[in-house]
Design a protein around this ligand. Structure first.
Ligand SMILES: [Zn+2]
Length: 270
């Protein structure tokens, strides 16, 4: 899941009831359905079908192109390659809010719950593309290990890291770093244990903002310190062994507690 706090944030909600998503009652009374190689797109935004350059058909083709690009990047950067076709719902923003606002305590830009759900726009904006990248990570982990509940710091951290990485951003920005360093100085950071819940959907707006940023910060720290390949080794070992300790030893050659301690130290935590 991704929240709307900064440019956006998106949420993993696990298996929520999204029965509304299956009704054919979109903004214009129905979902347009369109397929690409790896995705089935259901699109509900109220866009004139015959709007030429800005028409719905062109919008859907552009979304599918962005999704296929994201799919390739996911494989190349994270070694994740879902082996089944993924459903993606692009909702009219008002209907998205009406149906799903109750799932989260903060405004969400999208979420994954068995399929990808995105709060839509009438054009393919950079923030919409980021949400697609983000939710794709949740969908890919779910496809890779359907019954394994990942800790949120990993699921959200990698989703945040990947959407940033897809646009060329390889590490925390100066302002993100200073927000985390400030929280570290005041002793306000969450422990990774506290961020190990299956979803952050129950966090208040301010807590969610910090939780997402801290999760992203930890993944970014691991990549800064050990490289991207080790991150792939880490998540693969975790999905295989279902043990953080084993995955940590395998990929990084140290205890998980050391990884966490080094992260906090890098932020100047006492
Ligand atoms: Zn998310």
């Amino acid at each position: 899941m991704r929240t709307l706090l900064f440019s956006s944030l998106a949420v993993f909600v696990g298996l929520v009831s999204t029965s509304n998503a299956r009704d054919d009652t979109g903004a214009d009374g129905r979902f347009d359905r369109r397929e690409s190689f790896h995705f089935t797109l259901y699109q509900d935004v109220d866009i004139d079908e015959y709007g030429g350059f800005n028409g719905s058909r062109r919008f859907e083709q552009e979304i599918l192109k962005q999704l296929e690009d994201a799919f390739d990047r996911l494989d190349r950067i994270l070694g994740l390659r879902p082996d089944r076709k993924l459903d993606v719902h692009i909702w009219d923003p008002a209907i998205f809010d009406q149906n799903f606002a109750g799932l989260f305590r903060f405004p969400a830009a999208g979420f994954y719950g068995g399929s990808i759900h995105v709060r839509g726009a009438t054009t393919v904006t950079p923030s919409l593309v980021r949400v697609l990248h983000h939710e794709l990570v949740h969908a890919a982990f779910d496809a890779a290990a359907p019954r394994f509940v990942l800790p949120s710091w990993l699921n959200e951290g990698i989703a945040e890291w990947f959407e940033a990485r897809a646009t060329g951003k390889r590490s925390l920005s100066g302002s993100e770093r200073s927000v985390l360093a400030g929280a570290a100085r005041r002793g306000e950071l969450f422990t990774l244990q506290q961020l190990s819940v299956p979803t952050l959907a129950g966090f208040s707006t301010n807590a969610a903002a910090l939780a997402y940023l801290e999760s992203y910060g930890f993944i970014s720290h691991l990549v800064d310190a050990h490289g991207e390949k080790k991150l792939v080794q880490f998540w693969s070992a975790l999905l295989r062994s279902k043990s953080l300790e084993r995955a940590s030893r395998r990929a990084y050659g140290r205890d998980f507690a050391d990884l966490e301690a080094n992260f906090f130290k890098s932020l100047g935590a006492r």
